[in-house]
Design a protein around this ligand. Structure first.
Ligand code: 13P
Length: 340
């Protein structure tokens, strides 16, 4: 019980003071893909330098409560010899760790992917706990398409996420439970809402079956948005309304916070949509509405950096700007003006 009270406090701190999370836990292959697009060499040293730049952004903890790291980063050091976890703590941020082991083809279901990583997870979580990680993340992915997602995928993901969350709580790390319905495709906003609601209802049923304490976790969720190739791109207020409607139907009030992923939205849209939700619904929903963005915070800074140490200061300014914009969006105080 004591353990769960501590986890509840950590979960609440992660979404307190209108701060959000910086996800910088890209797997090696995902990080390399982003580097390749900008002609940045895809080496462990470049990933280390890039991530050192991210966490040493001046003033980051004014807007960011915690960062999600990747296993590789946890085992690297900054130029000054400190471990990344130590440097994160020194920067006034809470350290977390991605623990799923990535996506594999889902047997018998062409076009669908399932996460691996439950084997040995208890031991890995215990090791991360010893390294003083305070929270963990597991990302499941749901693709919308012709005849998918399947019932099999939704149930398998719900079960896996719940098993992961129970193990994480047992090891003393707050689980950030992430079922991501992807934006890829031509589907409408309504279809995104149907699939997300179905996924979340199955998820919370399984979290209940596995005995996960809802007060001691966070939900990381997609917004309800039309597919990137959908001819109808709904305005910001419709996205906000559809997202809140879906969450009210499916997410118990005991969950302290919902942290949105950005999922391939532009940085500006990710801020504007979060802002619209908080401006209209902040005082009418039981959870904090926060962010846990990777691309929507990092991408402008990564482009400015482009692998050149001479660009670090300018890149950190770009990262700080995205953090400030999303901090404002949590208060419903973001506007286009901030982008000028
Ligand atoms: P994006 O914000 O780039 O979608 O990443 C968030 C994340 O951590 C996905 O697991």
């Amino acid at each position: 019980m004591k353990n769960l009270e501590r986890l509840n406090e950590t979960a609440r701190l992660l979404v307190a003071e209108d701060k959000g999370l910086l996800a910088m836990d890209e797997s090696t292959s995902t990080c390399n893909k982003r580097f390749a697009a900008l002609n940045i060499p895809q080496t462990p040293e470049m990933r280390r330098m890039y991530r050192e730049m991210l966490i040493t952004t001046p003033g980051l903890n004014q807007c960011i409560s915690g960062v999600i790291l990747y296993d590789e980063t946890l085992r690297q050091q900054l130029d000054d010899g400190r471990s990344f976890i130590q440097a994160v703590k020194d920067a006034g941020l809470m350290p977390g760790i991605k623990v799923d082991a990535g996506l594999k083809d889902f047997a018998g279901h062409p076009g669908e992917k399932i996460c691996e990583g439950l084997d040995g997870l208890g031991e890995r979580l215990a090791e991360y706990g010893k390294m003083s990680a305070l929270f963990s993340k597991w990302r499941a992915v749901i693709t919308i398409g012709e005849g998918i997602p399947s019932r099999a995928l939704i149930e398998a993901n719900a079960h896996m996420l719940a098993r992961y969350a129970a193990l994480s709580q047992e090891a003393g790390l707050v689980p950030i439970v992430e079922p991501e319905v992807l934006m890829d495709g031509e589907h409408t906003l309504e279809r995104s809402g149907e699939v997300t609601e179905e996924m979340l209802k199955n998820l919370f049923y399984q979290l209940h079956i596995q005995g996960v304490c809802l007060e001691a976790m966070l939900l990381k969720c997609n917004m309800i948005v039309p597919g990137l190739a959908c001819p109808v791109q709904n305005p910001v207020d419709e996205v906000a309304e559809a997202t809140i409607k879906c969450l009210l139907r499916a997410v118990p009030a005991a969950v302290p916070g919902i942290v949105f992923l950005s999922g391939g939205q532009t940085s500006e849209l990710a801020s504007a949509r979060l802002n619209a939700m908080n401006a209209k619904y902040k005082n009418h929903v039981p959870w904090e509405l926060s962010f846990s963005y990777a691309r929507a915070i990092q991408q402008p800074g990564m482009s400015v950096w482009a692998g050149n140490p001479a660009n670090i200061e300018a890149a950190q300014k770009a990262i700080y700007h995205r953090a400030i914009c999303n901090h404002a969006a949590r208060k419903g105080e973001y506007s286009d003006e901030m982008e000028k």
